[in-house]
Design a protein around this ligand. Structure first.
Ligand code: ADP
Ligand code: MG
Length: 592
């Protein structure tokens, strides 16, 4: 075959392969156009999974009649006109590709009216062939109807799933768009049945409407700025099952991002089960010039100009929120609001009721009057608690501390306590384990011991990893690692943290440095250390079956209240649960 130009229609159909993967992509592109047009209200109809018909109607600015043919033309957009515009684009669209692509693989009809037009106009396109503009009836705004998606590209149609599955994808796309634009009213229907109707909201209400009341009640709010970058949103405390999805938005655009996901995961380290992704809604707002949105055909991925600064901002917005101890919460209705745990979903702070009283620095020194069940292995053998005077048993009252006062030990495993709200049950072993673990970590943070190797060890590492060593030798030394470049892809290690002296540096150091290069800080070294400390804590923590005195139990409760991440053991299980009197009364059908 000789070389020749592809027809415009074929070019559009090829582009459609990237932009219009399935009906949900049509929904996304059309609604984004509505949002870019300043719509206050968007209505969507989906039929047979969106394959038979998708209709998106808005009350946005509309399209002037002389621009209607252009709206359907490839590479025609009203949103940018030069490279500077591309680099600072604030609208959701800018490629001028969506309508042309959709129109090349479906039957498209667009009706639109601007405020100053005498009446509306419509234009159509079928399989890439556009039809003449005609007068029509339509209020100010735009309606786009897309029928018979992939009617002329049967191969693509074969890849579609069942209508309910495709409809599910459409709804997922709508949820993301609606989450990012709470100030816009949304309504959508599937096969004629109304599925969602959202008035213009503030963000917390929108989150509650879309992710459920349980999520809204349990989620913790965060909001941080660094310069002109803002990150805010809501994250579930570890162990909460009030949601499972992660929504990341950059300047109102839903994205997937490995770096952001990593930063969030790091916040939950040693508080989550296995590979579970922490549920959250995160909005990042920054100058569009600081983020490149033109790296992916559907703009599902972005590239940050300063990824490390973003990583740190996100980490510092969420991490302290999850780590704070029970005693640091002051909810509206007493001590327990917002604290992870809660019986049957109760006792949580909610999106707007939470306040943060700062971490008390006191009481961290008092040792637990609990002898360790068995000596801890490794260099931390000496780290288990020393005896301290037993705390007095104070009669319960309104001023009871958050976890209350111990009443007794249930089956040698659970401390039963009474607080101002009702009943508290604490898993003795899990609680003690977390207390010891946090104490070991802070002892380690204060003093990192390093062990010099008998002779320097040569390692292979990526050029990026080697360059991290060049720039951060001092910081590495503070972590107990003495390492220097030996060649473009070679390192010489002279000392390692004592804790890791038995592990092969080739296995952890290159990874640590690579992470540092990618994200600007590394949790890898700490993660290794922490998993070792966690094992120590688990072995040293008091075992079920040991009888504790009431004074010992109270001491454990007080210490747990002050412990960071005290709500969960390091496997993500809760350490305590509360059953307020009101719920007890309900259990006994007692009206109060
Ligand atoms: P892009 O959004 O990248 O500009 P599209 O193909 O999605 O490309 O749309 C082309 C143009 O059509 C847009 O730039 C805009 O001017 C116009 N347009 C599309 N949909 C609407 C709408 N709902 N309201 C107003 N204008 C619209
Ligand atoms: Mg568009």
């Amino acid at each position: 075959m000789s070389i020749r130009h592809l027809s415009d229609v074929l070019v559009s159909q090829i582009a459609a392969g990237e932009v219009v993967e399935r009906p949900a992509a049509v929904v996304k592109e059309l609604v984004e156009n509505s949002l870019d047009a300043g719509a206050r209200s968007v209505t969507v109809q989906i039929e047979e999974g969106g394959v038979r018909r998708v209709v998106v109607a808005d009350d946005g600015s509309g399209i002037p009649v002389d621009e209607l043919p252009l709206a359907l033309a490839r590479h025609a957009t009203s949103k940018i006109d030069d490279l500077a515009g591309l680099e600072t684009v604030a609208s959701l669209g800018f490629r001028g590709e969506a309508l042309a692509s959709v129109g090349s693989v479906a039957r498209l009809r667009l009706l639109s009216a601007t405020a100053d037009a005498a009446h509306a106009w419509e234009i159509g396109m079928e399989g890439g062939v556009s039809q003449p503009v005609r007068p029509a009836a339509h209020a100010v705004g735009t309606t786009v109807e897309v029928r018979d998606l992939f009617f002329n590209t049967p191969a693509r149609r074969k890849f579609l799933k069942s209508p309910p599955t495709e409809a599910g994808h459409c709804e997922a796309a709508l949820r993301r768009l609606a989450l990012a634009h709470p100030q816009v009213a949304f309504a959508w229907s599937i096969d004629g049945r109304q599925r969602q109707e959202l008035a213009a909201h503030d963000l917390p209400l929108r989150v509650a409407a879309l992710l459920g009341r349980e999520f809204a009640a349990a989620a913790l709010a965060f909001d941080q700025r660094a310069g002109d970058v803002r990150v805010h949103g809501f994250a579930l405390p570890p162990g909460s099952d009030a949601g499972k999805d992660q929504y990341l938005f950059v300047n109102g655009r839903y994205i997937r991002d490995r770096m952001l996901a990593h930063a969030i995961r790091e916040c939950y380290r040693d508080m989550l089960h296995g590979s579970q992704a922490p549920a959250c809604v995160l909005f990042l707002e920054l100058d569009p010039a600081r983020v490149d949105v033109n790296v992916h055909p559907t703009k599902a991925e972005v590239r940050f100009r300063e990824p490390q600064a973003i990583y740190r901002l996100v980490y510092h917005a969420i991490h302290p929120l999850l780590a704070r101890p029970v005693a640091a919460f002051t909810g509206v209705s007493g001590g327990l609001d917002g604290v992870p745990g809660g019986w049957a979903g109760g006792g949580a702070g909610g999106l707007d009721t939470l306040s943060w009283a700062g971490v008390p620095a006191s009481a961290q020194q008092a040792g637990l009057p609990l002898p360790a069940a068995e000596p801890a292995a490794g260099p931390w053998g000496g780290a288990h608690p020393s005896s301290a005077p037993a705390a007095p048993v104070v009669p319960p009252g309104d001023s009871a501390p958050p976890l209350g006062y111990a009443l007794g030990l249930l089956h040698g495993a659970y401390i039963v306590a009474q607080n101002a709200d009702g009943l508290v049950v604490v898993d003795m072993h899990a609680a003690h384990e977390r207390i010891l673990y946090e104490r070991l970590k802070s002892q380690m943070d204060a003093r990192v011991e390093s062990q010099t190797l008998l002779e320097p060890l040569a390692l292979t590492a990526s050029a990026e990893a080697v360059s991290v060593v060049d720039g951060h030798a001092d910081e590495l030394r503070a972590l107990g690692v003495d390492v220097a470049p030996l060649g473009p892809q070679q390192l010489a290690v002279r000392a390692v943290p004592t804790l890791l002296s038995r592990a092969d540096p080739q296995r952890w150091l290159p990874r640590l440095l690579q992470e540092w290069a990618d994200f600007g800080q590394s949790g890898a070294l700490q993660a290794r250390r922490d998993s070792f400390l966690a094992t120590c804590a688990c072995h040293a923590a008091v075992r079920a079956g040991r009888q504790l005195s009431v004074a010992e139990m109270n001491a454990l409760l007080r210490e747990l209240e002050q412990t960071e991440r005290g709500g969960h053991c390091n496997h993500g299980r809760p350490t305590w649960r509360a059953l307020p009197l009101a719920e007890l009364d309900a259990l006994f059908l007692r009206g109060r």
